[in-house]
Design a protein. Structure first.
Length: 93
């Protein structure tokens, strides 16, 4: 009798594991890529200066501005846009 309960427990554990893992397969690429937008910065989400996502109107505007800055001579460029702001980050040694 004990042997039968053990087999049933193993079967139940395997079945619950399979059901749990099959739920992970339904997360598509777009859903998993957009999850970073909803996580706060302090919890490891996107930084405030992250570029917009491709396929949006803000992305097209961002790329036009980036191309305009690239075509400008180096002495006329905005110095703030050429160097990343690392004021909140300490060096890692």
């Amino acid at each position: 009798m004990s042997f039968r309960r053990r087999q049933l427990a193993i079967l139940f554990a395997c079945a619950s594991l399979a059901v749990t893992l099959s739920g992970c397969g339904t997360i598509n690429e777009k859903m998993s890529a957009a999850m970073g937008d909803y996580i706060p910065t302090w919890a490891g989400g996107l930084p405030p200066d992250a570029p917009p996502r491709p396929g949006t109107a803000k992305y097209d505007e961002f790329m036009r501005e980036r191309e305009r800055q690239r075509l400008m001579p180096a002495d006329q460029r905005d110095p703030k846009s050429t160097k990343p702001d690392s004021s909140g980050l300490d060096p890692v040694h």
